[in-house]
Design a protein around this ligand. Structure first.
Ligand code: 4NP
Length: 156
């Protein structure tokens, strides 16, 4: 790949799952010394400009990551040219991204858990309407996905 790797994680609101995926991937990339751009976005517009959900911030903090500085934004068609990898957190998001993708997009589009052995096709469940435990499950899932993706990008 000639272009520097750039990874965009996308969920619905960009306040719960994709901010945590971004944080988990930053941890993995740093651990491996990967030179990679990382960002997150949502397919929806409802939370644009807001910081991540308080429960997501607390979950990240419990695992040593600070995400309070992140601000939600909506994914754009231009993202398909800026990023080498666009990673959907669930299937409706993947479908929305397929519809949005421009002809000249370069980004490889996949579901996050497709990168994890034995979890192909599985979504990272939306914790927004659930209790705090759901966010711990989200963190575990995004950490598995981020580790597997970082391993692939790092190469042999
Ligand atoms: P996320 O969670 O997609 O993981 O950020 C959600 C956040 C907000 C809404 C839905 C999901 N919402 O409907 O406002």
């Amino acid at each position: 790949m000639s272009q520097k790797p750039a990874v965009l994680f996308v969920c619905l609101g960009n306040i719960c799952r994709s901010p945590l995926a971004e944080a988990a991937f930053r941890v993995e990339a740093a651990r491996r010394g990967l030179d990679v751009e990382v960002d997150s976005a949502g397919t929806g517009h409802w939370h644009v400009g807001e910081p991540p959900d308080r429960r997501a911030q607390e979950t990240a903090r419990r695992h040593g990551a600070e995400i309070g500085q992140q601000r939600a934004r909506q994914v754009t068609r231009d993202d398909f040219r800026r990023f080498t990898h666009i990673v959907a957190l669930d299937l409706p998001v993947l479908s929305a991204l397929r519809r949005l993708r421009p002809e000249n997009g370069i980004a490889e589009l996949a579901l996050l858990l497709d990168h994890v052995e034995g979890r192909r096709g599985q979504p990272v469940a939306d914790p927004y309407y659930g209790d705090d435990d759901g966010f711990e499950t989200t963190w575990a899932d995004v950490t598995s996905g981020a580790a597997a993706l970082a391993r692939k990008i790092a190469g042999p």
